[in-house]
Write a protein that binds this ligand. Structure first.
Ligand code: F0G
Length: 356
């Protein structure tokens, strides 16, 4: 047993479904930093607030999925399952592959061909998953996974598996434990809509158990070309550069609407340009590099500040969930950045270029 932090199942055991120690599959996920971001707050027009970034990219496989996967794989082991399966825009497959490897289970992942960021694909491949590149989109992949897992002895580890949401709700616990209270607002991206559902479960549970005196407004953001909840209808051919949330028919649609309505929050859309702007602002102003989809929450915050839709008093606590690490999608980062200057290995040439 590694000394020190033992992962989120040990930490939040009293709030999670029961698991025996011997069944726990963990890579010491959770306990991610909540970083204050005053320069970003100022840049988006709300210098008076206390803005925090929850850096979920610092989980073991670089996304929040690890919170759910430690629960899903532990339960799969407890039930004697020999294999797991998921459909994924990338991060779920990376996490499932890693936790299945750790547990010694077989892992099958269905990904939409040509629509998954390189870092994520490399992870699923390296962890030894059977990777099936589907000639279709995420929604089709998920339908196939549902059919396969319903009729074959293979455990589905998409967020329709209730263990996933149980694990992911611990993100809310950590935020309250660090701040000492619930935030006023939480901003986050919405794709298949599991994570907004899980966070709301977590906040409600902490409130009911008197660990927090209030609950935040849940503010979820879809990409404009892929915004079924905002449009009120499934999107057959979703489009966005934020491939993680390129989803046209979210599995937890109704639960996300419930989280929005019970909390007095909003589910809205942001354009790809707004996403890229927030993505660049965060990395250049705060040194925090997340993947494009993760920036949707910050883009949403900026948009709603500009529209004066929020009640942001001095010191209001606002948390943005940065769901995945920037290194997941290096191609996008390079595409939106200026090209490095190519210069002779010569002192004068460098000084002339720098004009110093
Ligand atoms: N951010 C990132 C980086 C994601 O990978 C996802 C979902 C989301 C946000 C949205 O979360 O689906 O719970 O609303 N990625 C899934 C996947 C769909 O397959 O990796 P959600």
């Amino acid at each position: 047993m590694t000394p020190g932090y033992r992962g989120l199942i040990h930490r939040y055991r009293d709030f999670l479904p029961t698991l025996k120690d011997g069944d726990i599959v963990s890579l010491l996920e959770g306990n991610t930093p909540l970083v204050e971001a005053p320069r970003l707050a100022k840049a988006i027009g709300a210098p008076q607030i206390s803005l925090y970034l929850k850096i979920e990219g610092l989980n073991p496989t670089g996304s929040f999925k690890d919170r759910g996967m430690t629960m899903a794989l532990s339960r799969a082991v407890q039930e004697g399952s020999k294999a797991v399966i998921c459909g994924s825009t990338g991060n779920t497959s990376a996490s499932a592959a890693a936790y299945a490897a750790r547990a010694g289970l077989k892992c099958v992942v269905l990904i939409p061909e040509g629509n998954i960021a390189l870092g994520k694909l490399s992870q699923a491949m390296m962890h030894g998953a059977e990777v099936l590149s589907i000639q279709g989109n995420f929604d089709q992949a998920l339908e196939l996974v549902k059919e396969i897992s319903a009729s074959h002895p293979i455990t589905m580890v998409n967020s329709l598996n209730p263990m996933r949401l149980e694990g992911q709700k611990t993100g809310a616990f950590e935020i309250v434990d660090v701040l000492g209270h619930a935030p006023d607002y939480q901003f986050m991206p919405v794709g298949n809509a599991g994570n907004i559902t899980a966070y709301w479960m977590g906040y409600k549970e902490y409130f009911d158990k008197k660990k927090a005196g209030s609950k935040p407004k849940m503010m979820g953001f879809q990409a404009a070309g892929s915004a079924p909840i905002v449009n009120g209808a499934p999107v057959k051919d979703p489009k966005t550069i934020a491939t993680a949330i390129k989803i046209g028919n979210p599995a937890s649609w109704k639960k996300a609407e419930q989280a929005r309505d019970e909390s007095g929050g909003v589910i809205d859309a942001v354009t790809d340009d707004e996403i890229i702007e927030a993505y660049k602002l965060m990395s250049s102003l705060e040194g925090v590099f997340c993947e494009p989809a993760s920036a949707a929450g910050v883009a949403g915050l900026k948009k709603h500040i500009a529209q004066k839709k929020l009640d942001l008093k001095k010191g209001a606590a606002v948390v943005c969930i940065l769901t995945g690490h920037g290194l997941k999608d290096p191609e996008r980062a390079i595409a939106v950045s200026p090209k490095p200057a190519s210069i002779k290995a010569d002192l004068k040439a460098i000084l002339d270029h720098l004009k110093i």
